[in-house]
Design a protein around this ligand. Structure first.
Ligand code: NAP
Ligand code: ZN
Ligand code: ZN
Length: 354
């Protein structure tokens, strides 16, 4: 297999900072699209995996080049590529392939592929007999079936976070049919949470943001929440008891989900998209009375991701971002841990050439 060199930032171990690394990318095959990466969002999942915090479910393989919120420009296409031509804008999210034949892939749920999807990084690379390397890099080569079209008119840097934070919140809101007349909670105003607030509002729900950060109150309202509740205030929490149809939990750190289960009405659903390191205890009676649901959801399928991008173009929705040079990535990770992000870091990949 012929390869090309690309520039990247990688972690060599769970305790090493991210640092420059030359990596190999395959030459585009017949159905491949080669993308010059312009912007890449910084997801908390990047930090979890760089630091091997999900080791019980998924061991990180090093060197790890994270990044799965990719927007760029097509620089080459294989002979059989139909959707893209050189110069088009293109995007890549959390997956670059899957088996494409199992019942989940066939029904558009590639993220739940029964043989496991090939994730954009930290998966087996079927082409290079290595592991996949993500978007903190100058280029990537992806089969066109897993490459998304960027709708006209969207700001490119602010579109990058839609590829993970966007689809991960859009998908459950649709699956659980969130809409007008419903009271919907969003827990945690970070990258995912701020997109969930925007989507839930656009879908017509009454939106309540739960945050541990009183300083985020005004932003919560500006982003679309009708109410903001500081979750460390027990009285404010008690006032919300048994009143929600749906709550999306987008918290990255260990926290007590029982506090949110108690806020659901009969048949209400608490859906986890956040992926903290440790297991979460659930008190049985918070589920039994009155008949509540506790579920999870992972990213979204490829067709659904395109649908989400088109929905964003129609409703003029993008992420609120802070653009950073790649040289500030380790600082950005420290700030993520301090809940100091408004509301997604996006790397300006041109700075990789500096
Ligand atoms: P983020 O930007 O760091 O936001 C996380 C938010 O959680 C923070 O802004 C904070 O909101 C809240 N938080 C942090 N520490 C907390 C604590 N100790 N107690 C209570 N709340 C706390 O992270 P993100 O990129 O949105 O990702 C959120 C989680 O979703 C991560 O675990 C990530 O791995 C996961 N994720 C899952 C999927 C999926 O497919 N299911 C996809 C992408 C990401 P406040 O300041 O408002 O409290
Ligand atoms: Zn992500
Ligand atoms: Zn499959």
């Amino acid at each position: 297999m012929q390869t090309k060199q690309a520039k990247a930032y990688a972690a060599e171990s769970s305790t090493a900072p991210l640092a420059p690394l030359q990596i190999a990318r395959r030459q585009p095959g017949p159905t491949d699209v080669e993308i010059e990466i312009l912007y890449c969002g910084v997801c908390h999942s990047d930090l979890h995996q760089v630091r091997n915090e999900w080791s019980e479910a998924l061991q990180t393989v090093y060197p790890c080049v994270p990044g799965h919120e990719i927007v760029g420009k097509v620089s080459a296409v294989g002979a059989d590529v139909k959707k893209f031509k050189v110069g088009d804008h293109a995007a890549v999210g959390c997956m670059v392939d899957s088996c494409r034949t199992c019942e989940h892939c066939q029904s558009g749920h590639e993220q739940y592929c029964l043989s496991f999807a090939t994730f954009t990084y930290n998966s087996e690379d079927k082409h290079l007999q290595s592991h996949t390397l993500g978007g903190y890099s100058s280029s990537i080569v992806v089969d066109e079936a897993f490459t998304l079209k960027v709708p006209e008119g969207l700001d490119l840097a602010a579109t990058a976070p839609l590829l993970c934070a966007g689809i991960t919140t859009y998908s459950p809101l649709h699956h659980w049919k969130v809409g007008p007349g419903q009271k919907v909670g969003v827990v945690g105003l970070g990258g995912l949470g701020h997109m969930a607030v925007k989507f839930a509002r656009a879908l017509g729900a009454h939106v309540v943001l739960f945050t541990t950060s009183p300083s985020k109150k005004d932003d919560g309202l500006r982003l679309g929440a009708h109410e903001v509740v500081v979750s460390r205030d027990p009285e404010a929490m008690a006032q919300q008891t048994a009143s929600f149809d749906f709550i999306l939990d987008a918290v990255s750190a260990d926290h007590d989900v029982n506090e949110y289960l108690r806020l659901l009405k009969l048949d209400g659903s608490l859906v986890l998209v956040g992926a903290p390191e440790k297991p979460m205890p659930v008190a049985a009676f918070n589920l039994l009375l009155p008949r509540r649901n506790f579920s999870g959801s992972a990213i979204g399928g490829i067709a659904e991701t395109q649908e989400m991008l088109d929905f964003c173009a129609k409703h003029n929705i993008v992420a609120d971002i802070e653009l950073i040079p790649i040289q500030k990535i380790n600082e950005a990770y420290d700030r993520l841990l301090k809940q100091d992000v408004k509301y997604r870091f996006v790397i300006d990949m041109a700075t990789l050439q500096a």
